[in-house]
Design a protein around this ligand. Structure first.
Ligand code: IMP
Length: 197
């Protein structure tokens, strides 16, 4: 079975490919990147709506099953922002997004800087019909300086009390055991195995 990954984000892509490779009973699944023309406008107000927009766009371009991940970081002290706008939160590099978030939180005490990564994964048929949609949530805290070189996006400032490290300091193997994306993927994998194996 061929499955098109509806993303252009290289960080996500690396994680989802690794997750898929490490899932038992899924060797028959052939993951392919969406074509270059894939560039839908993410006009939805929720992760779920945007994931569906992306999955449908990839299915319509390729006539194949498509899987989309819409994700972001929701900071409690900012009323859940940047949320669905996480990738568009700042101009320029991902580093700028981290700097902007640290700046917005500069007067907030460490214990009140709680946040959560959210991920919705959506699977659609080649005709664009919604097959399933699953969520993963990973809680952490935003620190006031960047630490670590791994991961992508907000990982250098997303701190895990359980590890005493940021997500950019833990290995991809460790991130893929715990992350919002890994949680959603696990449920997608179960769905794929039970319906298509
Ligand atoms: P999307 O492509 O619209 O779903 O945007 C996702 C954005 O959320 C990314 O560009 C990152 O800014 C942020 N994000 C989502 N997942 C992660 C993660 O695992 N680590 C760091 N940032 C993430």
């Amino acid at each position: 079975m061929k499955l098109i990954l509806a993303t252009q984000n290289l960080g996500k892509l690396r994680e989802i490919k690794t997750l898929a490779e490490q899932t038992n009973h899924l060797h028959w699944l052939d993951l392919e990147l969406a074509p270059k023309e894939f560039n839908p406008e993410e006009t939805g107000s929720t992760f779920a709506k945007n994931a569906l927009i992306k999955a449908k766009a990839a299915a319509s371009l390729t006539d194949q099953y498509a899987l989309a991940d819409d994700s972001g970081i929701c900071v409690d002290a900012l009323g859940g922002k940047p949320g669905v706008y996480s990738s568009r939160y700042s101009e320029g590099s991902e580093r700028n997004g981290c700097l902007k978030l640290m700046n917005e939180l500069k007067n907030i005490m460490p214990e009140k800087r709680t946040a959560a990564y959210h991920c919705i994964m959506t699977l659609v048929s080649p005709a664009g019909e919604l097959l399933c949609q699953f969520e993963g949530i990973w809680r952490g805290r935003i620190i006031d300086h960047m630490r670590g070189k791994g991961g992508f996006g907000y990982d250098p400032i997303f701190f895990l009390d359980s590890h005493n490290q940021t997500v950019a300091e833990i290995s991809l193997t460790e991130k893929n055991k715990l992350s919002h994306r890994a949680q959603a993927w696990q449920k997608i994998a179960e769905y794929l195995i039970s319906h298509y194996r």
